[in-house]
Design a protein around this ligand. Structure first.
Ligand SMILES: NC(=O)c1ccc[n+]([C@@H]2O[C@H](COP(=O)([O-])OP(=O)(O)OC[C@H]3O[C@@H](n4cnc5c(N)ncnc54)[C@H](O)[C@@H]3O)[C@@H](O)[C@H]2O)c1
Length: 284
């Protein structure tokens, strides 16, 4: 059990994924430090956690009351507050330069035994760790959205990742009651290499007038037994995240991953999906 070797879990980014990872770690008894760049973003993260814990309590899915879980999470804007963490999971923007800067800072601040994990959807673990003194302690820990609900975690092995760190990543995920699979550090790993072109083709089909958005989603839900069609799923993931992921795959793997025109246009218009209230659908 790696649980015995971990006192404190750090999370970088308090957005959709970071808040979910902080919540799940706290639910499983870990003390958590959740860091974002502005206090308002940290507070948004706590609002998301409160909503989610409230819903889970309503379904009798929690073993402790929400306040006990919530009190295990400290919010901060200071990177130094991650100094005592035994593992830090980065869930900030899907941009290589942003992640490389964060990992350089983490290497300065954290103890050398601290495991550094990234929740990146498509960026190379090897590139994120490239400039570090100890790239062997960097591993991909790709949680799925929404983190408190989805069972799977994709463990991604960088060129230099130490096999013991890979083992640790699996065990840590299992301590959070997740089930893991492993991928080499190839563009999009297993999940997004296959999922993103599916979403992208759904957007193209909508843009080219094949069917209404509702019928495209219904066709895929009822016709292939997936829980959400491509346009609803894109709104849940965030259209900016989908665009960054598709652009990375296009850059690395060529024409078959070219982002749909309508995806770029909606991101430029600021309609990013559920998180901004408008994507392909409207949300309260
Ligand atoms: N949304 C999904 O469905 C999903 C699924 C799996 C993986 N991911 C990956 O998880 C990561 C986060 O995605 P998200 O959907 O939570 O994004 P998000 O936009 O909801 O949240 C990102 C947060 O990171 C913060 N941030 C930016 N720079 C930072 C820094 N230097 N230090 C600390 N915080 C910083 C932002 O202020 C924001 O609150 C991305 O790498 C994304 O590709 C997303």
């Amino acid at each position: 059990m790696v649980a015995e070797t971990i006192d404190r879990v750090g999370v970088v980014g308090a957005g959709t994924m970071g808040s979910g990872i902080a919540q799940v770690a706290a639910t499983h008894g870990y003390d958590v430090v959740m860091r974002d760049i502005e206090q308002g973003f940290v507070e948004n993260g706590f609002d998301t956690i409160d909503d989610s814990l409230g819903r889970l309590e309503g379904r009798d899915s929690l073993e402790e009351d929400p306040d006990t879980i919530r009190e295990r999470i400290d919010g901060t804007t200071s990177l130094e507050d991650l100094a005592d963490c035994d593992i830090v999971v980065e869930a900030a923007l899907e941009k290589l330069d942003v992640k490389r800067d964060i990992f350089a800072d983490l290497e300065d601040v954290c103890d050398e035994a601290c495991v550094l994990a990234t929740n990146t959807s498509t960026l190379s673990i090897t590139s994120i760790a490239g400039d570090l003194d100890a790239p062997e302690r960097v591993v991909g820990l790709h949680f799925m959205n929404p983190v408190p609900i989805m069972e799977g975690v994709e463990v991604v092995v960088g060129e230099k990742t130490d096999p013991e760190i890979v083992e640790f990543a699996h065990e840590f995920s299992e301590d959070l009651e997740k089930t893991t699979w492993e991928s080499d550090d190839k563009p999009g790993f297993v999940t997004n290499r296959i999922l993103m072109p599916w979403i992208n083709e759904g957007i193209r089909a909508f843009d080219e007038g094949v069917a209404t958005k509702e019928d495209i989603d219904a066709g895929m839900e009822l016709g292939t037994n997936v829980p959400m069609g491509p346009l609803t799923l894109a709104d849940h993931i965030g259209l900016d995240i989908c665009l960054h992921a598709t652009e990375t795959l296009y850059e690395e793997l060529g024409d078959r991953y070219k982002p749909a025109y309508l995806l770029k246009r909606k991101v430029e218009a600021g309609d990013l999906g559920k998180k901004t209230g408008v994507g392909f659908y409207e949300y309260d």
